[in-house]
Design a protein around this ligand. Structure first.
Ligand SMILES: CC(C)(COP(=O)(O)OP(=O)(O)OC[C@H]1O[C@@H](n2cnc3c(N)ncnc32)[C@H](O)[C@@H]1OP(=O)(O)O)[C@@H](O)C(=O)NCCC(=O)NCCS
Length: 169
């Protein structure tokens, strides 16, 4: 598994298809809105295509968690500069084969190398078992649940961003 820089012109069509796939839109929400967000490069972050066996299979983005969204979700204890990750595996036949967790590990290693962030976080629906499992395999730990107005009950998962996590991952 590799992460390569996302290129709007080359990759927008692929992403549009992925965002419309039912297994993705169930968790990511409105494809039109998400596509517009994806085509604006993340402020202070980055986004990437996920390649498996050299082929594009998914998308991963990280950026500083917007303060107002954290406050609204009751997550005001998340430190300033914490990095929030979103990801999807768009090709249904590639799900559940370790690609998502491998991509998360790569992103985490990259963010740690940059040494700017105090914490890395992911929010996943309490009903999204594959996402929770992939995050934990990548070294994230469940912190607590919270109510996201739009997506319902979510788990907040975090990983240390400075140096190795206590378990060495
Ligand atoms: C969430 C997602 C990124 C995870 O990527 P992935 O490549 O499928 O993840 P992995 O294969 O690394 O890990 C998933 C784990 O969940 C397990 N799993 C799959 N379906 C499951 C289910 N219904 N219940 C419990 N566990 C499940 C898999 O077996 C795997 O664990 P294993 O390797 O120990 O067998 C991917 O499934 C996806 O894109 N889903 C749609 C969009 C989405 O939910 N995005 C994330 C929002 S936070």
């Amino acid at each position: 598994v590799e992460l390569v820089p996302f290129e709007e012109q080359r990759d927008a069509g692929l992403l549009r298809r992925w965002l419309h796939a039912p297994h993705v839109s169930r968790w990511w929400g409105d494809p039109q809105r998400e596509l517009a967000a994806v085509l604006e490069p993340p402020t202070g972050g980055a986004h990437a295509l996920i390649l498996a066996d050299g082929l594009p299979v998914g998308y991963l983005r990280w950026q500083p968690a917007p303060r107002t969204e954290l406050e609204e979700a009751g997550l005001s204890d998340i430190p300033e500069g914490a990095i929030d990750i979103d990801l999807l595996i768009g090709e249904p036949e590639r799900i559940g084969r370790g690609v998502g967790s491998a991509a998360l590990r790569l992103a985490l290693a990259h963010i740690r190398d940059q040494r700017g962030a105090p914490l890395v976080m992911i929010c996943a629906s309490v009903e999204n078992a594959p996402a929770l499992c992939a995050c934990e395999k990548a070294g994230f730990r469940r912190v607590r649940t919270f109510d996201d107005g739009e997506y319902g009950q979510m788990w907040l998962l975090t990983a240390h961003a400075r140096g190795a996590a206590p378990d060495g991952r």
